[in-house]
Design a protein around this ligand. Sequence first.
Ligand SMILES: O=C(O)CCC(=O)C(=O)O
Ligand SMILES: [Fe+2]
Length: 186
Amino acid sequence: MLTRMTDVLDTSSARCLTVEAHRCRGGAAEVDKSSEEAGPSDTRYRAMYATGEVLGQLHRSDSMIAAVSRAAGVVVEPSVATYIYYRKGDFIALHRDQEICKTVLLVWLAGPGGPLHVHPDLSHLDPDQLSRVSREAGGHPANGARHLLQEGPLLMTGSVVPHHRPPHDGDEELVMASFCFDHRPA
Ligand SMILES: O=C(O)CCC(=O)C(=O)O
Ligand SMILES: [Fe+2]
């Protein structure tokens, strides 16, 4: 499942998130797993991450849970939400999200969006096969579907569909928010 959720954020919520993301930038923590020494099945990535009150409240709001549940076709439960800041060269190699991100909502907030590459064609691979494909392609296989987050919040089955973001180009940071949801057992 991959869909645009054009109505999930009103203008004022989007503005509040952007303001908070900029305010939290100073306290954001770098996570650098770009090293070749990471294990063969570890996802390679590097970016800055932060959380925030507004982000958390929105993530847990009834309206967000209802909208995402409706779009996903299952009842979702908020798990983790983060602001992500991509500086020049920051990236995330081909991966599937952790299980608590069965459904993930990715929201562009500021800066050049760059494409997120999504690979439904690789969904059937097991973890070892996926790592091999990733390694052989230097983390960024071609032929994925390219999605620009500026075109609207993207909802997808993050723990199912492999995806990656090539090294961020340009000096201006990309600022975005990621909202992960687990699925409530039926
Ligand atoms: O960069 C993005 O748009 C998505 C980030 C991502 O896939 C992740 O943090 O798991
Ligand atoms: Fe991801």
